[in-house]
Design a protein around this ligand. Structure first.
Ligand code: COA
Length: 379
């Protein structure tokens, strides 16, 4: 019999260019916030799991599990996990497995990344470690370049326009205005997005999630001291390289992770009230909504045209601003998504969805190479 996992609470730093903070400062602040927002004592934490991709490369700091453990008075056992941009989701998944099996009772899950102390070019190259070093990197591709290939194929296949893509980023920026933790808290109209500098055709600056610093943390426990449980925690993988896929306009890992999550929870996708979606690029949002089963292939743009994705719409997504406008400190993102879902289910979100009972956090690593999905349910 598997133990039930509860989300006791969490916290985060602001996301952005945080030059006054080291990686350790970021982790310390998120950890203090998370523990302070629960009723537990630091010594109740019996295990630490941290998700991080590039600590060694961009902050010259590895061995992060032990670093976090050292910030607690009793140095509990700790580990770091890595799955590129899904490192945070993988940290939550790993913690769930330890808790469900009875190996741990209360886990501090941290996600953190410090990217802005090195140049943008350095970060772009380091992020490419998440793709296939033999098949993708030698051609000079970057992640905006890889997603630009998917965007070009998708636009060709389904006939959506440049202006359609801009509606996706416009919606994220509108949502982030209310989020005090967001990197960009200003509305940006679609026509400005369509004219922003070209990064990798057809993707422009304002189609891309930014390069961000930040940390987030949640406390998960088998102690029934919270009204929110994790109803499913799923993980799926695909090939690293797009060149090994039969389609580049749909990601098998999302479809598989969603199937597993629905099976594990016994829930139907239509009972989900809120979604935190991995919108690393505007095109990714459209693809994910189709892979999760909320729109037919080529049809997800209708959800934006009809404003269904707003906090008061029929399918609210990314009321936090998502990766696009809240920011994307790689390892921190997946943990922060679970925190945002928790806030929605406990009435603490800056843009609150009315009567939200179930929420979904979708975290992607690489170009759909890894996907984690967490379903949270208010009891
Ligand atoms: N969204 C909105 N504004 C952004 C932005 C973004 N993604 N990136 C930068 N800006 C803003 C900056 O704040 C800055 O504004 P300012 O002039 O008012 O200070 C301006 O745009 C220029 O910023 P800069 O840092 O010079 O941009 P850049 O050209 O070096 O980087 C990208 C822009 C899009 C290339 C970079 O953010 C990027 O690579 N993003 C993708 C990261 C990624 O691949 N993540 C993994 C996803 S799978």
């Amino acid at each position: 019999m598997l133990e039930t996992v509860y989300v006791l609470g969490g916290g985060q730093t602001r996301f952005g260019e945080l030059w006054d903070y080291s990686l350790t400062d970021l982790i310390r602040e998120a950890l203090d916030q998370a523990i302070g927002n629960t009723k537990i004592l630091p010594t109740d934490i019996d295990t630490v799991v941290i998700g991080n991709m590039l600590g060694g490369e961009t902050a010259e700091q590895a061995h992060l599990g032990t670093l976090v453990s050292g910030l607690l008075p009793h140095h509990p056992p700790a580990l770091r996990v890595e799955a590129a941009c899904a490192s945070g989701g993988l940290a939550v998944h790993t913690a769930c497995a330890l808790l469900e099996s009875g190996k741990a009772e209360t886990i501090l899950v941290v996600g953190a990344e410090k990217l802005t102390d090195v140049s943008g070019d350095f970060v772009s190259r380091a992020l490419m470690h998440a793709a296939d070093a033999e098949k993708d990197a030698p051609s000079g591709l970057t992640f905006p370049g890889i997603f630009a290939l998917t965007a070009a194929a998708y636009m060709h296949e389904y006939g959506i326009t440049r202006e359609n893509l801009s509606l996706v980023s416009e919606s994220s920026h509108r949502a982030a205005v209310k989020n005090p933790y967001a990197q960009f808290r200003k509305e940006i109209p679609a026509n400005v997005i369509s004219k922003s500098p070209l990064v990798a055709d057809p993707l422009r600056l304002l189609d891309c999630s930014p390069i961000s610093d930040g940390a987030s943390a949640v406390v998960l426990s088998t102690r029934k001291e919270s009204p929110v449980r994790i109803a499913a925690s799923s993980l799926a993988s695909d090939s690293l390289s797009l060149t090994d896929r039969s389609s580049i306009t749909s990601f098998e890992s999302t479809r598989e992770a969603m199937n597993r999550a629905l099976k594990e929870s016994g829930l139907d996708r239509n009972v989900i009230d809120y979604i935190e979606l991995h919108d690393c690029f505007s095109i990714a949002t459209l693809i994910h909504l189709e892979d999760l089963g909320y729109a037919d292939a080529g049809e997800s743009i209708r959800l934006f045209l009809d404003r269904d994705t707003e906090a008061n719409g029929s399918l609210p997504i990314n009321s936090s601003g998502g990766l696009k406008a809240c920011g994307h400190p790689i390892g921190a993102t997946g943990v922060k998504q679970v925190l945002d879902c928790f806030k929605q289910l406990t009435g603490q979100a800056p843009s609150q969805v009315k009567n939200a009972k179930r929420a979904l956090a979708h975290n992607l690593g690489g170009v759909g190479a890894t996907c984690t999905i967490h379903l949270l349910e208010a009891l």
